[in-house]
Design a protein around this ligand. Structure first.
Ligand SMILES: Cc1cc2nc3c(=O)[nH]c(=O)nc-3n(C[C@H](O)[C@H](O)[C@H](O)COP(=O)(O)OP(=O)(O)OC[C@H]3O[C@@H](n4cnc5c(N)ncnc54)[C@H](O)[C@@H]3O)c2cc1C
Length: 427
């Protein structure tokens, strides 16, 4: 157990950091807690940014996260951590302030991967979407009713933005290099359902297509994009949705093991140094953490899921307060997304699946639940507006139950195993 003279620092004042700090307190940590956050805002929620905020239902500044436990913490907001010296246990901030720590939680999350051409990325009307200020700026541009919106990338954020544009009755094209939107996560089979959903609400979906360059009107405002088939499309707003990069650069001199895919942790949640040794004063949580998941054969994963940031933040807080390794972190991954009036929910990880079955409902009717399997075990389930039975499949996945699930559990007759068809090449 830690004692009252100790100082715990949480780097990254967002979902995982806030829930981690609260968990430290709940687990009996009585020392000082300082939260350091590079954003000037108090911790806020990101999921509404690509949904309700863009559609104008909720202002971006109405997304502040509630406190769930008294914190009694000091805050350093609007200043990033610049470097970490583990030998002397000193954190240096961008303004030069140094803070000594006894326990440290790394929760610096991720940022949007930028458009690769920096000059084009600076054109007026070109956006990424990760934080509250991004959402405010994009909402402002959409509210000005642009002639045409181009979304580059058919992942979850790209799909949600395209759907929000249609809800605003704006013309929008979604360009995706893969065979369908969301093919990398759901496979081509369910990706085709997502593609049809978007086509149905009026999104122009251009699969197997890349954007090669953006052009401006001579005053610096984006006007069109050139595609890899040589054609062009007009666009006065462009949303670059190319995935995320983990915020790990500040760990450069720390001797910890990390790259742009995350900071490595052991099964307990302690960070690892470059020799693979755990540092028992430091844990990581949320989008920035890459850890071996016991349900997936110890494969190292870094998740970008809201529920995971909460659960792993809470786990890390307990770990740091108790100052000794406990149970491995083994929360079943879970995710949701809303697009075009449909709520997609998933449990488990689809990666590596070698088959899927439609276990409930019917994709043609738009309401169904698919179960993914690998080597005869259930590994994930995904529902489209059909989440009622998801907890039952979550139990099967957590138990490593056999795949396919029993036909008796299905309302769609005999279960046919389909190929999920993940694209061969990662984007
Ligand atoms: C637009 C959007 C929509 C989403 N929708 C969904 C959804 O529908 N369902 C779902 O399950 N998940 C969704 N997510 C994912 C979910 O929001 C994230 O998984 C969650 O925010 C991760 O929390 P985190 O605290 O780990 O990281 P983050 O929320 O990224 O927070 C990290 C914080 O650390 C700060 N930081 C970075 N570097 C430093 C530094 N050097 N020093 C100090 N501070 C630093 C950052 O500025 C940031 O405030 C969405 C994400 C986005 C962006």
């Amino acid at each position: 157990m830690t004692d009252a003279s100790e100082h715990a620092i949480v780097v990254g004042a967002s979902l995982a950091g806030l829930r981690g700090a609260e968990s430290l307190r709940r687990a009996g940590f009585t020392g000082r807690i300082t939260l350091v956050g590079s954003e000037a805002h108090a911790p806020y929620d990101r999921p509404p940014l690509s949904k309700h905020v863009l559609m104008g239902h909720v202002p971006a500044d109405a997304t502040t996260l509630p406190n769930l436990h008294p914190l009694d913490a000091e805050w350093r907001l609007g200043v990033a951590a610049r470097s970490l010296n583990r030998r002397d246990r000193i954190l240096t901030l961008a303004d030069g302030e140094t803070l000594a720590y006894d326990r440290l939680l790394i929760a610096t999350g991720a940022r949007a991967r930028p458009w690769p051409d920096t000059a084009q990325a600076r054109f007026a009307g070109v956006h990424t979407l990760r934080d509250r200020d991004d959402a405010t700026a994009l909402h402002r541009d959409l509210a000005a009713r642009p002639g045409h919106v181009l979304v580059i990338g058919g992942g979850f954020i790209g799909c949600e933005v395209a759907a929000a544009c249609r809800a605003l009755d704006l013309p929008v094209t979604l360009v995706e290099p893969g065979p369908t939107p969301l093919a990398r996560v759901l496979g081509e089979h369910l990706g085709a359902v997502v593609g049809a959903l978007h086509a149905g609400i009026g999104v122009t979906v251009r699969s197997h297509t890349r954007v090669e360059a953006l052009y401006n009107d001579g005053t610096g405002r984006v006007v069109r994009a050139r595609l890899d088939n040589g054609s062009s499309i007009a666009a006065s707003v462009v949303v670059v949705a190319l995935g995320a990069v983990r915020n790990t650069e500040w760990l450069d001199a720390s001797g910890l093991a990390f790259d742009e895919g995350g900071v490595d942790c052991d099964a307990a949640g302690y960070v690892l140094d470059t020799e693979g040794r755990p540092d028992r004063r430091i844990a990581a949580a949320g989008d920035v953490a890459r850890f071996p998941h016991p349900l997936y054969g110890g494969r190292r994963v870094a998740l970008e899921h809201w529920g995971h940031a909460v659960a792993q933040g809470e786990h890390a807080g307990r770990l740091l307060a108790e100052a000794e390794p406990g149970e491995p972190y083994a929360e079943l991954p879970a995710f949701w997304s809303s697009q075009g009036g449909i709520t997609i929910k998933s449990v488990g990880l689809t990666e590596g699946a070698d088959g899927l079955v439609i276990a409930q409902g019917d994709p043609k009717a738009g309401r169904f639940l698919a179960v993914y399997g690998r080597e005869g075990r259930c590994i994930a389930a995904v529902s489209f507006d059909c989440a009622r039975w998801l907890p039952a499949y979550a139990e099967r996945i957590a138990a490593g139950a056999s795949f396919p699930p029993p036909a008796g559990a299905s309302d769609s007759g005999a279960l046919t195993i389909l190929p999920p068809s993940f694209p061969a090449e990662p984007r």
